[in-house]
Design a binder for this molecule. Structure first.
Ligand code: CS2
Ligand code: MG
Length: 403
């Protein structure tokens, strides 16, 4: 089953997505997501200029061999650009294999290990009252797990707060990054208040999650985790920048609040110490930034040995192709924890026709052969690339802080 064409489509149906389309001699086509938010064209070029020419003539059935060929053959290993490009190829080949076999990808991965995939949605607000309204909206939609973020009093721009009050969840500016503001002391006082507010109003029947977005030092994270314990968060996400894996030993010494890390990682090596020393509870690497289904399964298999569960990144900047691929993996692995589901906005449905479903807090990838996502290239061409920068974050004295 020879590959006859591999092409990259960069489009912006609501936000920017890079999609790889692979065609085979017998007419089976596969798609992969190659979106690296804010740095999209670097992956598009890696694919177009370096990988697509190598794919022509290869046997589409040899997924592992192709993965090794692209990873080891590059010499320059790992890194978000390389691993996102390889992921797109890998996911497209799994899509092709599923379509050729007449089976959904999860069946090829061993079949369903559960009936559905518990997902968490994002509730946010400019105030605690706004947050409560959004939390209720998610409950009404059926969510069993809800992430909470609210504007920190005293900081005029904070990450993760959608729409209401004129705030933008993830400001993305055309010419240069927006500058957010930050002060750890204000946040550390406020975050436990926010969790208390939600538990007082809604009780303990729903899983509540919170994303710290890499902004604390290890000892600050220990203090936050301890302060959150009475409100029993499902997890505290990305408490510190996790390039420093050993820093998590200090967090562990101070709190039993579960820790989730990994959305900016791109290989099993980035989380090896976190997993093997049991320094985290959930590993959040995503299918599209971590070398695709082939490598993500390797990460989750290692995690399974150490009692660490999955909690894949599923923000709206990963395309519906990535969402579908994540759901196939989630359904089939033994150590699934939870899946993020932020959903997609704008006219994305014109371009990506998805077969996955959401019902009562659980998702399912569907039974269509392959990934179950159809990509309409003609529709994509009506939504051209729209360059955007992610924000940077500064403390009130002007120091650049982790975003
Ligand atoms: C966030 C992301 O979903 C999350 O947990 O941390 O929205 C993240 O900010 C974006 O994916 C960055 O592109
Ligand atoms: Mg996050």
């Amino acid at each position: 089953m020879k590959i006859t064409d591999a092409r990259v489509v960069v489009s912006s149906p609501g936000r920017n997505y890079v999609t790889l389309v692979i065609e085979t001699e017998d007419g089976v086509t596969g798609v992969g997501d190659a979106t690296l938010n804010g740095r999209e064209l670097s992956v598009a070029s890696y694919l177009r200029d370096h990988l697509c020419p190598l794919l022509i003539g290869r046997d589409a059935r040899r997924i592992e061999d192709t993965w090794q060929y692209l990873y080891k053959g590059a010499y320059w290993r790992r890194g978000p650009v390389t691993m996102t490009a390889i992921a797109a190829v890998d996911v497209a080949l799994w899509d092709i294999k599923g379509k050729a076999a007449g089976m959904p990808v999860y069946q090829l991965l061993g079949g369903a290990a559960r009936d559905g995939v518990m997902v968490y949605g994002h509730a946010s607000g400019s105030s605690l009252d706004d947050l409560s309204q959004d939390f209720q909206r998610h409950l009404d939609l059926g969510y069993k797990a809800i992430r909470v973020q609210a504007a920190v009093p005293g900081l005029d721009k904070t990450y993760g707060i959608a729409g209401a009050g004129g705030r933008v969840y993830e400001p993305a500016n055309a010419n240069r990054p927006q500058e957010d503001s930050w002060e750890t002391s204000l946040y550390l006082d406020f975050a436990p208040e926010m969790l208390r507010h939600i538990r007082d109003e809604f009780g303990y029947g729903t899983h509540v999650l919170h994303d710290v977005h890499h902004r604390l030092s290890p000892i600050e994270a220990g203090r936050l985790g301890a302060a959150l314990e009475p409100y029993r968060p499902f997890w505290m996400e990305d408490p510190t920048p996790a390039e420093d894996q050993s820093a998590f030993r200090l967090i562990r010494q101070h709190t039993t609040t579960p820790v989730a890390v990994g959305e900016v990682f791109n290989s099993v090596w980035d989380c090896q110490q976190l997993i093997t020393e049991r320094l985290i509870d959930y590993i959040r690497t995503s299918v599209s930034h971590t070398g695709g289904i082939t490598h993500l399964r390797r990460v989750f298999s290692l995690a399974d040995l150490y009692g660490v569960r999955s909690g894949s990144h599923g923000a709206g900047d990963l395309s519906p192709v990535a969402m579908a691929a994540a759901l196939h993996v989630d359904l089939s692995i033994p150590n699934f924890g939870i899946q993020e589901y932020m959903g997609h906005t704008g006219p994305f449905e014109e371009v990506f026709r998805t077969g996955y479903t959401f019902s009562d807090g659980y998702m399912h990838p569907g039974e269509a052969p392959g990934l179950g996502v159809e990509f309409d290239e003609e529709a994509a061409s009506r939504h051209p690339y729209d360059p955007r920068y992610l924000p940077v974050n500064r403390r009130l004295d002007g120091t650049v802080h982790d975003w």
